[in-house]
Write a protein that binds this ligand. Sequence first.
Ligand code: NDP
Length: 259
Amino acid sequence: MLHAMQGNWLAGRHALITGGGTGIGAAAAAQLHGAGSKISLSGRRLEPLQKTAEPIGGTVVQCDVTEPEQVARAFDEARTANGPVDLLIVNAGIAESAPFHKMTRDGWNRIIATNLTAAFDCTQAAIGDLLKSDSGRLVFVASVASLRGVPYAAHYAASKHGLLGLMRSLAAEYAKTNLTVNAVCPGYVDTPMTDQSVARVSEITGRSEEQARGAITNMNASGRLVHPDAIATMILTLCLPQSRDVNGAAVTIDGGTAA
Ligand code: NDP
């Protein structure tokens, strides 16, 4: 059904997805592939990358996005395999939680490096290609934590707020080009990241995993976790040639939480 709706709009285009082996990144890879694009997937762990890439003929370019030399090398490998990058999905991210007074500078640095500074480095590594493309697309996977404060996750919320600042600035700077720059802002999504949050809450509070999952799920206004395909469909939509006038948007996909 979805594939029939998608057509082949992205045929010949090269989509590079950071954090593409799991969760939202893997769902985006499947949908962008379904719309005809060539896929490169980056991440640190080879196994999930290969598992996601294999059925869609994707290219795996292993790298840690917090290491700029690794990013440059991985993006070059992706280019060698699939040509210049037309669609960049900046999705790799990590989440941690701690009361602010117990938050460490190391923890702060880790989150900012992965969720924000790496977005800068990945965008820099692809910006030349994106601006040369006749339909360049840059999509940041931000969060509802980009839009409001989050208790016990000040570093995560700060990193995701920063991502929106980067997105909006680039959207304004490149508004007269063929590149659009947008963000998706998910609520809690059913992915390994949320599984880790459940385990963390369970460990800290002594609640069962089921209770912890219920508490997290109820933080979405809908009372259910968002399916990764819902985020992927929005990413795909933003990547379509028809979306060229959607620029500088932060699209919430959160079951109504931010309403
Ligand atoms: P996952 O944990 O499944 O995906 C995160 C991906 O990022 C993994 O594939 C991971 O691969 C990769 N990654 C993490 N750190 C690095 C690094 N240093 N270098 C390269 N790759 C890295 O969770 P999600 O799919 O949920 O997360 C995707 C994005 O969505 C994140 O930016 C997250 O903040 C955002 N988001 C998620 C929400 C949720 O509820 N799940 C809600 C709102 C936003 P590897 O470990 O192999 O490197």
